[in-house]
Write a protein that binds this ligand. Structure first.
Ligand code: SF4
Length: 47
């Protein structure tokens, strides 16, 4: 059961976009074309 929950959690996490929690997710801070739906981003910084 514990393992199942862990798996579920990681699946949920994987679906979220990086920009949602990125420090640069505001106007002018990021000009990447993948914004706001980046799944992978070399510039990502956690807020
Ligand atoms: S730096 Fe990357 S993750 Fe952050 S807002 Fe821009 S595109 Fe999104």
């Amino acid at each position: 059961m514990k393992r199942f929950l862990k798996k579920l959690k990681s699946l949920f996490k994987a679906k979220r976009f990086l920009c949602d929690s990125c420090k640069y997710d505001y106007r002018g801070a990021c000009s990447r074309p993948e914004k706001p739906n980046a799944i992978e981003c070399p510039d990502y910084k956690k807020r």
